[in-house]
Design a protein around this ligand. Structure first.
Ligand code: UGA
Length: 430
């Protein structure tokens, strides 16, 4: 069994560390935030990630937390970098947390440094040069991008579709690949730049599918087609597959927006204009704003109207608000002069949306509103179209940004219902 240091106790670092400990390795996770390490040491899990607390508890004998880089690295065979690489104003990711880890490696460190953080192709080369310049030629560098989706991260780690391991020297691949051997998935053995590219291209392709189906949904609305049936019909072609064809309010989160932009910028910085990704980004921006038009269609001027924004997290199963469509939608509504009531079962957006009123229950949020918008498809919202909700609202208008409800059932109860890319009442009445 190996000794593993993990830098970064965010959702990637924690899941990676906890799962490796669960597989029998001795893991020490290091973070720079004292309160985070305190919480973890006290046995509390600071993020909302289903199943993670159980794994941490199960593996607690082999899992520890520290603020000290040297402590984490002591005796380590592998050091995983799982720090954040947030976007900067230029669209390039901010790699400063990655560089800090490199700078903190003590002299004479002999470890295999494994990059899990998402970094643009070319980063591995730069890190290699920096290591050599610091006299750390014995540190082996390997790229091993993560494919963990929030909300299913533990399952994604334990049952991966594939594991990608890229190294400068082919013989450096195997020790890292061996860590994943018990999981029994396909291991892609490649060079560092290709491993880095696989990660960005995967996220960019998934984002492209989402923007594609969102554009199809907009056309469906114009021609009276139903995007749910269209996506189903498309997805049955095995060359296309059914995944990531859910029309909605666009993609958010800490990964897709950042990675699409990073790939576009990387191409641009290298002299190539990645046209397709520019469109993917633009469609995604417009998609959030279409909600405002739909509300306007039913309510007229939004000034003084009371609107419930239901679901704030960028997707269900997480409390993550990074790049959440809800933030844009709520801020646009406030800018239009609407009064916004928001509800989410776990995400706390009070610091991000100072002009919004927050409700503890769905019923509270919709009471006396002129319309309710489903922004995140939390299961709690699946029975939103009820007589109780209808009677509580001032006007029973539901804009279903995630196609969560059954349009017929909602309309039968007296709601004015509009989804994304679904036929309106006149078309369904045909
Ligand atoms: C995504 C990828 O799915 C992971 O494979 C990857 O490892 C991760 O980014 C990362 O780079 O770290 P995540 O951002 O957690 O994971 O969430 P997804 O479930 O992929 O959803 C992303 C966004 O797309 C959400 O806002 C979701 O609502 C939206 N989406 C997804 C759609 O609008 N339609 C779909 O059909 C699927």
């Amino acid at each position: 069994m190996a000794r593993i240091a993990v830098f970064g106790a965010g959702y990637v670092g924690l899941v990676t560390g906890a799962c490796f400990a669960d597989l029998g390795h001795d893991v020490r996770v290091r973070d720079v935030l004292p309160e985070r390490i305190e919480e973890l040491t006290a046995g509390r899990v600071p993020i909302h990630e289903p199943g993670l607390a159980d794994v941490i508890e199960r593996a607690s004998d082999r899992l520890s937390f520290t603020l000290d880089a040297a402590d984490a690295l002591e005796g380590a065979d592998f050091a995983f970098i799982a720090v954040g690489t947030p976007p900067t104003y230029s669209g390039d990711p901010d790699l400063s947390a990655v560089w800090t880890v490199i700078e903190e490696l003590p002299a004479a460190t002999r470890v295999t440094l494994v990059m899990k953080s998402t970094v643009p192709p070319g980063t591995g080369d730069k890190v290699r040069r920096a290591l050599d310049a610091r006299g750390l030629g014995d540190v082996v560098y390997v790229s091993n991008p993560e494919f963990l989706a929030e909300g299913t991260a533990v399952r994604d780690f334990m049952r991966p579709d594939r594991v990608v391991v890229g190294a400068f020297e082919p013989e450096h691949v195997e020790p890292v690949a061996a860590l994943y051997e018990p999981l029994g998935s396909t291991i892609v053995r490649t060079d560092v730049a290709s491993a880095e590219m696989i990660k960005l291209a995967s996220n960019a392709f998934l984002s492209t599918r989402i923007s594609f189906i969102n554009e199809i949904a907009s056309v469906c609305e114009l021609v009276g087609a139903d995007v749910i049936d269209v996506a189903h019909g498309i997805g049955l072609d095995p060359r296309l597959g059914p995944h990531f064809l859910k029309a909605g309010l666009g993609f958010g989160g800490s990964c897709f927006p950042k990675d699409v932009s990073a790939l576009k910028q990387l191409a641009g910085n290298s002299g190539y204009h990645f046209q397709l990704l520019s469109a993917v980004i633009e469609v995604n921006e417009l998609q959030k704003r279409r909600v405002i038009q739909k509300l306007g269609k039913h309510l007229g001027d939004l000034h003084g109207k009371r609107i419930a924004v239901l679901g704030l997290a960028f997707k269900p199963g997480t409390d993550d608000l990074r790049e959440a469509p809800s933030l844009v939608i709520a801020a646009r509504l406030v800018a239009e002069g609407a009064e916004v009531r928001a509800w989410d079962p776990v995400a706390d957006a009070r610091h991000l949306l100072p002009d919004v009123t927050f409700s503890a229950s769905v019923l509270d949020a919709v009471r006396d509103t002129d319309a309710a918008v489903i922004v995140t498809e939390w299961p709690e919202l699946a029975d939103l179209a009820s007589a109780e909700v209808r009677d509580a609202m001032r006007t029973p208008v539901i804009i279903d940004g995630r196609n969560l409800l059954d349009p017929e059932a909602a309309r039968a109860l007296g709601f004015v219902y509009e989804g994304v890319g679904r036929p309106g009442p006149s078309e369904t009445a045909r």
